[in-house]
Structures are given as structure tokens and as C-alpha cells.
Design a protein around this ligand. Structure first.
Ligand SMILES: [Zn+2]
Ligand SMILES: [Zn+2]
Length: 105
């Protein structure tokens, strides 16, 4: 960090750059946290909040799995019903829906 001055003390040489807003800071301003070094406590707090909210989108919606399983089950049941109605009960109106016969033919 040569020839960079502290963002808050424009006569003091900066010793590093804030991890949150990339402002240069001096020894007096430096805030050291387990996450990294910051120019002020405000930045370290904002960065910690950003880090914790950033992980959330990775969590899968709890209803997505059961919904997908339900959709697949409905499709299988529908195909089975169409096949049974078309092949066993000879309902010709069900022929376009009889995907089982169409794919096994
Ligand atoms: Zn400073
Ligand atoms: Zn900062």
C-alpha cells in the first residue's frame, strides 16, 4: 500500500484496504475481525451481514422436493390411467394420452 493515504486521515499512510468498500485505511483505523480487515466497525458489520445473507440462496425451498415428487407421481398415474382406459377398456378417446403404448410400440 505505497503512496496511498488513509481515507479518513488524508495525511497518514494507508496500511491496507477495507475488505467491504475497498477504502484505504491507516493503522489507527484498522479493524481486525475473523472475517478480515476493515476501515471501520460499520464496514465489518456490513460485511458480516452480507456474508450471512449471501449463503441463504443456496438453501433449497423445503416444498420443492415434495412438489416435484407429486408432479412425477401425477404424470405416472395419468399415463397409467390413460393406458388402462385405452388398452383395457378400449376407450379410443384416451389414445392421444396413452404414452405408454406410444413408447413401447
Ligand atoms: Zn485512518
Ligand atoms: Zn470500509
Amino acid at each position: 500500500m505505497k503512496d496511498r493515504l488513509c481515507f479518513y486521515h488524508n495525511t497518514v499512510q494507508a496500511v491496507g484496504m477495507c475488505l467491504h468498500d475497498h477504502k484505504p485505511y491507516c493503522q489507527a483505523c484498522e479493524v481486525v475481525t475473523p472475517l478480515g480487515k476493515f476501515c471501520c466497525f460499520d464496514c465489518s458489520g456490513k460485511y458480516a451481514a452480507f456474508k450471512s445473507t449471501w449463503k441463504e440462496p443456496k438453501l433449497r425451498s423445503p416444498w420443492l422436493g415434495p412438489m416435484l415428487a407429486g408432479a412425477v407421481l401425477l404424470l405416472v398415474l395419468g399415463a397409467g390411467a390413460a393406458w388402462a382406459g385405452h388398452r383395457l377398456l378400449k376407450i379410443s378417446a384416451l389414445e392421444p394420452f396413452d404414452v405408454v403404448t406410444r413408447f413401447t410400440r
